[in-house]
Design a protein around this ligand. Structure first.
Ligand SMILES: [Zn+2]
Length: 73
């Protein structure tokens, strides 16, 4: 608790519901930046090793286990 009488910064006016809703409307989920892998053409996240072939920057960086493909393939 403050004992001195120093003013605390506070908004002078209440914001309207319209203004509050406009602020909250600018809050969206973005689609992941998928790019085709230059080695195997599968879609992968940019700047990350390909989960299908394990390559990054033209060389193998992750070992791919054969049972990683579940379901269709
Ligand atoms: Zn790949």
């Amino acid at each position: 608790m403050r004992k001195d009488e120093e003013p605390v910064p506070l908004p002078k006016r209440r914001h309207s519901v319209s203004r509050q809703n406009k602020r909250r409307a600018n809050w969206k989920a973005k689609a992941p930046n998928l790019i085709p892998c230059p080695d195997c053409r599968a879609l992968k996240l940019a700047h990350q090793a390909c989960p299908a072939c394990g390559n990054y920057a033209g060389r193998q960086v992750v070992e791919i286990k054969p049972h990683i493909h579940r379901g269709r393939s």
